[in-house]
Structure formats: structure tokens, C-alpha cells
Design a protein around this ligand. Structure first.
Ligand SMILES: Cc1ncc(COP(=O)(O)O)c(C=O)c1O
Length: 368
């Protein structure tokens, strides 16, 4: 069966168009976890007002955005490396630090594995037990850290949504520091977490020259096509990352839009509030009306397990034919054919999704 993730990720509307014969702009995309509010108006205006600047090269050292970001985060500019999305930041970490063995906690974002392999590292896997929503026990994580040069941790983890407490992160960082292991904490979705200060060790980073925090601006500010992310780390590691970066890899419109995004506070509060209530709404519907198993979720996505014999690939195909994209998770190491992920969207879209799902589930065997 063909799936929309044939190029590795959700959000591939062109593949969906080819598979389901529906124009790409007509899909309701629940397969990529993007803020359904769309980009802040100020970011769109900043792009329009500055479109003429594309005749110049972008600032190769991202000065203005760095200054604003450092102010907002309360850190030194020298600790920041702006990247062409969090994905570039991960690549720079691997290129600069050249780990021979990378520890990966599964199931997790596939680029941890793909990029590590691309840059020649071996993978050491670690699986969390399903009873604990796939969150590994700490002793397994310590053992993983002992065996590798670098570990990727998703915080919150995609697609499970699990979070480590600040205390857990601190103890992992200490263990990693003691064993000369780099700990890469991918906080691409942390902005969606309502009490994010409780789940980051950003304020403790000066104790941990071995820790690199990676963040994305593409999801929260709904600019995945523009590409923008950043790493926060020690000044020394930042210099190593910058040395590997292709000059001008971050374009000028992304830099300008990023600055506008950072000034948004109402948009941030609004996003966090409605994501929290829509996530709870969807979870309850899945459990009460469909009897599906749903992981708690902490950001703007939910991992859902279908009852056998339904499969996520079949569900994707049936929903796709109705113009709705979901993320099959059957290819994630550690997950099963029954697992799929959906983005949390606005109420009207969520209700549309639930209506279509109801019809698809009711007609499941008839359509076979
Ligand atoms: C966990 C996680 N980290 C990082 C990324 C990449 O983010 P960006 O669009 O900023 O490259 C993704 C994209 O899906 C992701 O799911």
C-alpha cells in the first residue's frame, strides 16, 4: 500500500495529491504538526514589507535575529546558532561533533536516525516500555549514555509526546557530562507546552558544556516552508557548529519573519491555551466515541492506537480519499501497524476530522 510518508515525513501534500487525486491545497493536513492559527500577521507583513531585500545576500551571521533571540531567552548571543530549521541544527551538531555512536530513544523523530547514519555514525537504540507510554526508565538511559558519544532526546518527544522532568534532564546531563557524552535535547515542540519552564534545563546550561538544546520556529509560528530553528549551547560548541554551516543557509525572509515572531506574546498565549483545550477535546472523543487508545500528549499532536484489525496505513488511505491527511506511525521503530498520529488543530477542523473518521470507521468492513 502506498503511503504519504514515502519521502520520510508527514505533511507531504504533493504525494497526497498524487495518491488520492485531490488538489494539494484542498487537503486538511493532520499529518504535520503546524500551528493552525497560521503565521502571525506581523511575520507575514514583515515578509511583504521586506520582499525587496532578496536582491541582497542574507546576513551570514544572523546578527539582528541573534540579538533579539538572546534577549528573549536571557542568554548570551554567543551561545546561539541560527539554522535553516531545527533539522539543519541537528545536522550541524553531527557534522561538528562527529560522534561515532549515537544513542536514540525510540520511537522518535526519524531524522535523528537518518542524519546520524548520513554522517557515518552507528546507532545504539533504547526503547521505552509501552506501559510507560514509551518513556524509558532512567537506568536504561544512563546505560545508553555510557555506550555512546551523543544522545538525542525529544522534549517533548515526537510522536509519543513524553516529557522528562527538569530533575530527570539534569541527572541525564550530569551523567552525560561525567562520561564525556553530548546530550542533544530537541525542544522543537516545547513552545506548545503550557508550563515549559518546568521541562527545560536552559537556565542550567552554563553547568553543562556537553548539552545542546535545539529549537524550531517552524511549527509554533507555522512557517515550515520558510525554515528557521536554532541551537543553544556553550560558546565553544557554538563556534564548532558555526564552522560547519554553509554560508547564507538561512535566508533573509526567514530572518526577518523570525524577528517579528519573537515579538508576539498574545499569539503565543492564544496558541498554548487553545492547543491544550483542543488536545483534551480530541483525546476524549477518541476514547469515548471510538474506544481508541490515546497517549496523554503534551504538545500539538496525539499518538493514537487503533484496535486490531484496523491499521494506520489503511486509515490513512481511507481518510486521504476524503481529503484528510493523517500520519501513519507504522514505520516508527517501537510502534505497531495500529499507530497513527494527528496534529491538534482548531475546533472546526477537528470536528470535520472526527466526522470523517466516524464515517470511515462505520464503513470499515464494507469498504474492504
Ligand atoms: C521532533 C522534531 N524535531 C525537529 C523537527 C524539524 O523541525 P524544523 O522544521 O525546524 O527543521 C521536526 C519536524 O517535524 C520534529 O518533529
Amino acid at each position: 500500500m502506498s503511503i504519504i510518508e514515502k519521502h520520510g515525513h508527514g505533511g507531504d501534500v504533493l504525494t497526497a495529491q498524487n495518491l488520492f487525486g485531490i488538489p494539494q491545497e484542498q487537503f486538511l493536513d493532520f499529518s504535520a504538526n503546524i500551528n493552525p492559527l497560521g503565521p502571525p500577521e506581523s511575520a507575514m507583513n514583515a515578509i511583504m514589507d521586506n520582499i525587496h531585500t532578496i536582491v541582497h545576500y542574507p546576513d551570514p551571521v544572523h546578527r539582528s535575529l541573534c540579538t533579539r533571540l538572546a534577549e528573549k531567552l536571557g542568554i548570551l548571543e554567543e551561545k546561539l546558532v541560527i539554522g535553516n530549521g531545527a533539522a539543519e541544527c541537528m545536522a550541524l551538531v553531527l557534522l561538528a561533533l562527529q560522534p561515532k555512536v549515537v544513542g536514540i530513544v525510540y520511537p522518535s523523530f526519524s531524522e535523528y536516525t537518518t542524519l546520524s547514519r548520513t554522517f557515518g555514525a552507528k546507532i545504539e537504540p533504547c526503547f521505552g516500555p509501552i506501559e510507560n507510554n514509551f518513556k524509558p526508565v532512567m537506568s536504561d538511559l544512563y546505560q545508553l549514555i555510557d555506550k555512546v558519544n551523543l544522545v538525542f532526546i525529544g522534549q517533548p518527544n515526537n510522536p509519543t509526546g513524553i516529557l522528562y522532568t527538569k530533575e530527570e534532564l539534569k541527572s541525564l546531563a550530569i551523567h552525560a557530562r561525567n562520561t564525556n557524552t553530548y546530550l542533544v535535547i530537541d525542544e522543537a515542540f516545547i513552545d506548545f507546552v503550557s508550563t515549559q519552564e518546568k521541562y527545560t534545563i536552559l537556565d542550567k546550561l552554563h553547568h553543562f558544556p556537553n548539552v545542546i538544546i535545539i529549537r524550531s520556529m517552524t511549527k509554533f509560528y507555522a512557517i515550515p516552508g520558510l525554515r528557521l530553528g536554532y541551537s543553544i549551547c556553550s560558546e565553544e560548541v557554538a563556534l564548532l557548529l558555526k564552522r560547519k554551516q554553509v554560508t547564507w543557509s538561512v535566508n533573509s525572509l526567514a530572518l526577518i519573519a523570525g524577528e517579528a515572531c519573537l515579538q508576539e506574546s498574545e499569539y503565543e498565549e492564544k496558541t498554548i491555551d487553545f492547543i491544550e483545550s483542543e488536545r483534551a477535546y480530541l483525546k476524549e472523543k477518541f476514547e469515548k466515541e471510538f474506544s481508541f487508545t490515546v497517549l496523554p500528549g503534551t504538545a500539538n499532536f496525539l499518538l493514537v492506537r487503533l484496535p486490531v484489525p484496523m491499521t494506520a496505513n489503511e486509515l490513512q488511505s481511507k481518510m486521504g480519499q476524503q481529503g484528510i491527511m493523517i500520519r501513519s506511525c507504522s514505520m516508527y521503530p517501537g510502534l505497531s501497524e495500529q499507530d497513527f498520529r494527528i496534529a491538534v488543530r482548531a475546533r472546526k477542523e477537528n470536528n470535520k476530522f472526527l466526522d470523517v473518521l466516524k464515517k470511515v470507521v462505520m464503513n470499515w468492513s464494507e469498504v474492504e
